[in-house]
Design a protein around this ligand. Structure first.
Ligand SMILES: Cc1cc2nc3c(=O)[nH]c(=O)nc-3n(C[C@H](O)[C@H](O)[C@H](O)COP(=O)(O)OP(=O)(O)OC[C@H]3O[C@@H](n4cnc5c(N)ncnc54)[C@H](O)[C@@H]3O)c2cc1C
Length: 428
């Protein structure tokens, strides 16, 4: 069945290849639970799975269908560490905390791969990722990153690539040098979130699609979530709406803002065997990051163009094709079979937002484009925290995340101006 996400443009190649997406009934009547979760992406569903498996009663409500947010439509790159490089984090937080955050991300990667294997989720994992420089002259920084990863962070899988190797591995001379990461890879994101929802349901979580939370309020020591056809009453609540928070809860809305990003999928590149012959994922050094990879069936999935307003480009494929042609001129007329977009949740310092926003109500999101593995693990850690089994989430809760400036009225236009300025700098 072809399904169009009501909150993000375009039918994705993931939708076309995911197979059956289980449907979950909308909530019809009021209900109670120990924990209620708002949002059915990786964060919410991993929390639901962990809690249900731990014997806690849990209700998850999703405004649209599972996978309609970022979790079903992203670039699929797992990455390594946090979005900020370890030495940047070290300068700000000191070695111990920076190392703890790096280790947390490694735990996240391991957890995700193990989780998929345990539940028989074929998320089409393919190994290898490259980070490449779109401007010359940064060799020393890239070498330094690889050295630091090995010597101070116990991560020996990152190594420097010179211009020749970079060109060979990408099949393009558009980039100058980079690092090769053999300790990570990329996945089919929608297959993961669909399989994850099945696992959460099988563990005993009650999942309701097409059930938006319209308001969250507190009374008599409980939290109440109003939906169109009933109220969910719970002892604890997790807000896992990420970029799609809207006006539901003001503290989250002030700290996590949406950026729209777009991806195009080409036809299989059988006639262009030099394009990423190793099948790895690539992310570049632009502020508006271009991220691309080969799918298991040999397509190029290319993401890049961003938008800072609610509008989507009229023709996503045309924009993406222009960006592809800059890297691969031989693909300037390549057929793009699917073009789609989604909203990435960002924070001011590009670090995850984890906070208790009301008594018993925790909000988690804002992974800033680095959430495929982190959001899965944060959801799990939230569940573990409620179960009293782990306090690893504390490392993220301690991070200082400032709100976006401008208040409810002006923060969107201010963000638009700031991001447009940085995006312009990519060109010079
Ligand atoms: C185009 C794109 C490319 C990306 N590429 C990468 C990548 O390559 N690597 C990487 O690490 N990260 C990437 N990301 C980011 C990554 O996808 C996210 O960090 C991650 O999926 C966040 O998961 P989540 O569960 O927190 O949020 P989401 O998956 O967005 O889920 C939030 C859910 O909450 C629901 N919701 C919102 N409001 C309500 C409400 N009031 N009531 C009920 N439900 C509600 C939404 O419908 C949505 O389904 C990308 C994101 C996008 C959009």
């Amino acid at each position: 069945m072809t399904w169009q996400s009501p909150i993000a443009p375009g039918i994705s190649w993931y939708q076309a290849t995911v197979g059956e997406r289980t449907e979950y009934p909308a909530l019809d009547g009021s209900t109670t639970a120990d924990v209620a979760i708002v949002g059915g992406g990786y964060t919410g569903l991993q929390a639901a799975y962990t809690l249900a498996k731990g014997g806690v009663s849990v209700v998850l409500i999703e405004a649209c269908r599972i996978g309609d947010g970022a979790s079903g439509r992203n670039g699929g790159q797992l990455g390594t560490g946090q979005r900020a490089y370890p030495d940047e984090l070290e300068a700000e937080l000191g070695y111990e905390r920076s190392k703890a955050l790096f280790d947390l991300a490694e735990h996240a990667k391991r957890y995700l791969l193990d989780f998929a294997a345990e539940h028989g989720i074929d998320m089409e994992f393919m190994p290898g990722q490259m980070n490449v420089a779109h401007k010359p002259g940064h060799e020393r920084e890239y070498q330094h990153t690889a050295e630091i990863a090995a010597t101070r962070y116990g991560y020996p899988h990152l190594r420097f690539m010179d211009a020749k190797e970079t060109a060979e591995r990408l099949g393009s001379s558009h980039y100058h040098h980079g690092v090769y990461d053999s300790g990570t890879g990329h996945i089919h994101p929608l297959k993961l979130v669909v399989g994850l929802a099945r696992a959460a349901g099988a563990a005993g979580a009650a999942i309701h699609e097409m059930t938006p939370a319209n308001a969250i309020r507190q009374a008599g020591g409980k939290t109440l979530i109003d939906t169109p056809k009933g109220t969910v009453t719970a002892n604890r609540v997790l807000i896992a709406t990420n970029a799609y928070i809207g006006n539901l809860e003001p503290v989250t809305a002030a700290h996590v803002m949406p950026i729209r990003s777009f991806i195009g999928a080409t036809v299989p590149l059988d006639k262009f065997p030099s394009v990423i012959p190793g099948g790895e994922a690539v992310a570049d050094s632009r502020f508006v990051v271009r991220y691309f990879r080969k799918s298991r069936d040999g397509r190029l999935l290319f993401g890049g163009r961003e938008a800072y307003t609610a509008d989507a480009p009229r023709d996503i494929s045309a924009h993406i094709r222009r960006q592809i042609a800059e890297v691969y001129p031989e693909l300037k007329a390549i057929e793009i079979t699917h073009g789609w977009g989604g909203s990435v949740g960002i924070t001011m310092p590009r670090k995850p937002f984890v906070r208790e926003v009301m008594p018993g109500v925790t909000s988690i999101g804002g992974y800033s484009g680095h959430g495929v593995m982190l959001s899965n693990y944060c959801g799990k850690l939230y569940g573990e925290m409620v179960l009293g089994r782990s306090s690893e989430l504390e490392y993220l809760r301690e991070l200082k995340i400032r709100p976006f400036p401008g208040g409810p009225r002006f923060r969107s236009p201010l963000l638009f101006l700031a991001l447009t300025w940085y995006a312009l700098r990519d060109r010079f």
